[in-house]
Design a protein around this ligand. Structure first.
Ligand code: TMP
Ligand code: ASP
Length: 240
């Protein structure tokens, strides 16, 4: 399958049309941004690592019965995916306090929640992806009440699977962001990517941050922790 017209350029990847109107090709870039694009960086090979980590995770989630856009890895940087009509929500699930949750509510990092929590941001760069609640999402006609409930259930199910997947490689899943949308049959499926860009991942033994917080907070080990996570996946799942 060949890349045709460029459909969309995101902060960390490009999306191309293909000859099949129901399929797209993702090409992961080496770029990183944070704080709504204000902070910019990159490292050589980041796109290759994120593409391959995301694909391993999507395959493992599919094995757990979760419907994703994943079809086939085409190259180290490129993946064939189902075209998805993205619902403009960033769906964030948290197991442990960190990031904007700590800042917003004035609590310390590392508090383990009794049950996972979930929030939505309205995916609109010009507004800085503001936090919205489910009623607002319905009022804005971003999704129906039933769809919000389906997305919530799906996000918690993905959390259960991801906790196990990361636990198998010695990592605690602190929080993550997903994007979902409609496939050609109007089913809601998981899209975008799941990678160290979109999750907070702490080493189970040391609590070392193995994710994009290395870049956001300038902790000095951005490239090496992405390589570390990728290496652990390859070691645990060599034949996936
Ligand atoms: P936050 O604590 O900054 O709100 O982030 C929560 C989780 O969502 C964290 O794992 C990083 C991820 N995330 C994204 O993937 N994209 C984004 O634009 C933001 C704000 C967060
Ligand atoms: N990806 C978002 C941005 O570029 C935010 C983040 O991940 O921190 O701005």
């Amino acid at each position: 399958m060949e890349k045709l017209d460029l459909l969309y350029v995101g902060k960390a990847k490009k999306v191309f049309k293909t000859e099949d109107e129901n399929l797209c090709i993702f090409e992961y870039k080496d770029d990183a941004t944070a704080f709504n694009g204000e902070k910019k960086g990159s490292f050589d090979g980041k796109g290759i690592i994120n593409n391959q980590i995301a694909n391993i995770i999507f395959k493992l989630l599919e094995q757990d019965g979760i419907k994703t856009h994943f079809i086939k890895e085409l190259s180290k940087r490129e993946t064939l995916v189902k075209k998805v009509d993205i619902i403009p929500l960033e769906v964030i699930v948290r197991n442990i306090s960190a990031g904007s949750f700590c800042k917003r509510y004035g609590i310390k990092e590392g508090i383990i929640f009794d049950t996972p929590t979930l929030e939505f941001s309205y995916k609109e760069d010009s507004l800085g992806d503001p936090l919205i609640n489910d009623y607002h999402a319905v009022a804005l006609k971003i999704a129906t009440r039933e769809q919000i409930e389906e997305i919530t259930e799906l996000a918690f199910k993905i959390n259960e699977s991801l906790i196990k997947i990361f636990d198998n490689i010695g990592i605690r899943l602190v929080d993550f962001k997903i994007e979902v949308g409609f496939d050609k049959d109007k089913n809601i499926i998981l899209s975008d990517e799941i990678s160290p860009d979109t999750c907070r991942l702490w080493d189970k033994e040391t609590n070392k941050k193995l994710d994009k917080d290395q870049f956001r907070l300038e902790l000095g080990e951005f490239a090496s922790v992405y390589n570390e996570v990728y290496g652990r996946f390859l070691e645990k799942y060599p034949n996936i």
